[in-house]
Write a protein that binds this ligand. Structure first.
Ligand code: NAP
Length: 692
């Protein structure tokens, strides 16, 4: 007989064979319990080809099939494992005594991929003995982590780990568990899984494991990316599904849980059903968005907003996870398909909103063109000019009487305080006013709507009349109007009432557009500073420290007073700790306009889904929630402005759509593959039964 050929043994002859084998081979490993209902009639023992014949290294096969037990063989496995461990009682008692005295556990990780290795690092650091087994060969990775790697699960189980930590993919768990030679483990072994869904593995563990194995179902709500620095504050969800009431078992369970508690995890005891209700949905959405954005190929820019950084983080957090993990969240979450559909609908609805509005604008323009060609040209009622050339002349003319006064007040420019008029006192205008007032500047405001009450509360003087405002001679006109209305508002301002040296600043989220608007419509003696605070009322609610402020001194006169006024204005942001980024408007638009549009689009799509916080949010899901919070407060005008004034917006919308479509294709392609396989297998089975 060749060593690597299996030899078959009738079950009845087992005892004699056992004694013929090494005395180190436990007879119980091969014995059959009398109560065993479906005992295989024949056992075979296959020596390892490459190794000298050693009983401890033999794998057992039933009826010439490898002992990688199929789920169909569960019952046989069940009884054998119960029976098999008995002769180890003495050994296990000794080990138990040792276990009590030691704080450390012997933990075998099954499935040594991404997550298994991530957990191993901390387990080893805490001083536990870590063993590992996986489908692929990770011996090098294991060695570098201080883990003993076993390619053969029999060898691993014979090491009698106290804990089996299942870190396999959701879709492979049943197969992996069925293939473990459970009979080689101590009967009291604790099984723990870390799968991202919980009801499914709990049912499998209860079905496949002998009744005297302990079971904890757990889900660390973090991963190698989201918790790469530490696990502090991260939720660790667990359910003690079945823990024997012996003290040693209870204490082992606590020791295991303590691994996470001592790393600072937020320990959440929660039943598997509740976990799935909270987590499966939120996780699926988080991973879907992360994957769509990964396919979209987001890139970091020099001036990321907080929202955009959140998107980049999300991609980083989810991109490292295997597609298997994502697919499992889809397959083992009852509402995943519905969520995918809702996401699709939300995206569709947002696109429709944009296109409807676009359509209205174009239609209106077409009709206005016809109307205008019929009307004769008339001067506007309030004296503001319609065309830029007319404006330049009118404001030059009218400004002359104020020249002297203007020169006098120039002397006060050395004063650190500025008189700033905010034009457009909506969401963002009010947000800026708070800080500017706090710094001691004089703030005036003017807007289309009446904000006098709000202004009063903020310490701002409110003007309902633009002429009155301009007659106050503010040193800075700060335009905080919507992107869409800026042209109209600028053209309606009685510029002639301002001092000729006035500094015009805008804060629009796009930059080339207001720059050319200013240059075309403002007389040359006005200074122009184009800026973009890369934050808003939500992302900057706890201060502006570290947030980017982009600016371009488009046109600032060389007089010292003008230079100093511009610097004093910029200093408002610098002294709040902003990261001051001097950058041309063109460069800004290149970097920011695209990333902002995508951030706002994602925020608005997710807002339509009505996401809700759960007691066990992952970091990724929190990112999504804060993205919604960051963008939901912004007006649709702002979003529409980003769409209209970003040349690439349409292409980006299409690319996003394409990324979403290809992700769906990946999911459904795999689903189709599985179904097709099942259909063909069923057809084959039917064929065989017919032939019989
Ligand atoms: P927004 O919707 O972009 O702008 C609202 C402002 O525009 C209000 O003051 C509003 O005046 C005025 N406005 C809108 N339509 C008008 C019209 N037809 N005629 C006259 N005025 C009109 O929202 P926002 O958040 O306040 O943003 C203001 C500017 O700041 C925008 O250009 C935006 O790009 C920029 N920005 C915003 C953020 C942010 O996070 N929100 C960050 C950086 C830069 P009334 O309220 O009086 O109607």
């Amino acid at each position: 007989m060749k060593l690597n050929e299996p030899f078959c043994v009738p079950a009845a002859c087992l005892l004699s064979i056992e004694s013929a084998l090494s005395s180190r081979l436990s007879p119980a490993m091969l014995s059959l319990h009398p109560l065993h209902q479906h005992a295989p009639s024949v056992l075979s023992i296959r020596p390892k080809a490459s190794l000298p014949f050693c009983p401890l290294r033999h794998s057992i096969t039933f009826n010439n099939q490898a002992a990688i037990f199929s789920p169909r063989r569960r019952r046989e496995l069940y009884v054998r494992a119960l029976d098999a461990a008995q002769p180890f009682d003495y050994e296990s008692k000794l080990a138990a005594a040792h276990f009590h005295s030691s704080q450390h556990l012997k933990i075998a990780i099954i499935g040594f991929g991404n997550f298994g290795q991530f957990l191993a690092t901390t387990l080893v650091r805490q001083g536990h003995t870590v063993l590992a087994h996986s489908r692929s060969d990770y011996s090098d990775a294991a060695k570098s982590l201080g883990v003993s790697f076993f390619s053969n699960p029999h060898d691993l189980c014979e090491e009698h780990p106290e804990v089996i930590l299942l870190c396999t993919s959701v879709i492979s768990i049943e197969w992996v568990l069925s293939s473990l030679p459970l009979q080689r483990l101590k009967r009291s072994t604790l099984f723990v899984d870390v799968l991202s869904v919980k009801e499914f593995p709990r049912d499998i563990l209860l079905e496949l494991l002998p009744a005297d194995f302990d079971v904890i179902c757990s889900h660390p709500m973090f991963g190698p990316q989201s918790a790469r620095h530490n696990w502090k504050g991260r939720a660790f969800v667990y359910e003690k599904v079945r823990i024997g009431n012996e003290e040693s078992r209870i204490s082992r369970c606590e020791k295991f849980l303590d691994i996470f508690a001592r790393e600072g995890c937020r320990m959440v005891e929660m039943c598997c059903e509740e976990h799935d209700k909270h987590a499966a949905g939120s996780q699926f959405i988080t991973h879907t968005v992360g994957r769509v954005l990964e396919l979209f190929n987001l890139e970091s820019t020099a001036i990321n907003t907080k929202g955009y950084e959140a998107l980049l983080d999300l991609v980083e957090n989810t991109a490292e996870d295997s597609f298997d993990l994502y697919y499992a969240l889809f397959m083992y979450n009852k509402s995943a398909l519905e969520m995918l559909e809702r996401l699709d609908l939300a995206f569709e609805a947002l696109r429709n909103e944009l296109f409807d509005r676009l359509h209205n604008v174009v239609r209106k323009q077409l009709f206005e063109k016809v109307q205008n060609s019929q009307d004769s040209y008339t001067w506007p009622q309030n004296g503001a000019a319609l065309s830029s050339s007319a404006l330049v002349v009118r404001s030059q003319d009218n400004a002359q009487p104020y020249e002297y006064k203007g020169q006098i007040s120039d002397r006060f420019d050395d004063n650190l305080k500025l008189k700033i008029a905010i034009v457009g006192f909506g969401n963002f205008g009010q947000f800026l006013a708070k800080t500017i007032v706090c710094q001691g500047h004089t703030v005036l405001a003017y807007s289309r709507s009446d904000y006098s009450d709000i202004a009063k509360k903020l310490g701002v003087s409110y003007f309902s009349d633009a002429d009155d405002l301009c007659e106050e001679h503010p040193e800075v006109i700060l335009l905080c109007t919507s992107i869409l209305s800026t042209e109209k508002v600028l053209k309606s301002l009685p510029l002639q009432r301002l001092k000729r040296s006035t500094l015009f600043v805008d804060v629009l989220s796009v930059k080339e557009f207001p720059r050319s608007l200013f240059l075309q419509n403002l007389p040359p003696y006005f200074d122009v500073l184009c800026t973009h605070p890369m934050f808003g009322p939500e992302s900057g609610k706890n201060g502006w420290n570290g947030l980017s402020f982009v600016y371009d001194r488009v046109r600032v006169g060389s007089q010292e007073s003008r230079v100093s006024r511009c610097d004093r204005f910029l200093d408002i942001f610098a002294r709040e700790g902003c990261r001051m980024v001097e950058m041309s408007c063109a460069e800004h638009d290149q970097h920011a306009a695209g990333s902002q549009f995508i951030t706002h689009t994602m925020g608005r799509v997710l807002e339509k889904l009505g996401l809700e916080s759960t007691p066990i949010n992952t970091k990724g899901y929190e990112t999504l929630l804060s993205l919604v919070e960051n963008t939901a407060g912004d007006s649709f005008d702002l979003y529409y402005g980003l769409f209209m004034y970003n040349v690439n917006a349409m292409e980006q919308l299409e690319r996003l759509d394409h990324s979403f479509e290809s992700l769906k294709k990946q999911l459904f392609g795999r689903l189709h593959g599985v179904l097709r396989k099942q259909l063909f297998e069923n057809a084959e089975k039917l064929q065989i039964s017919w032939e019989r």
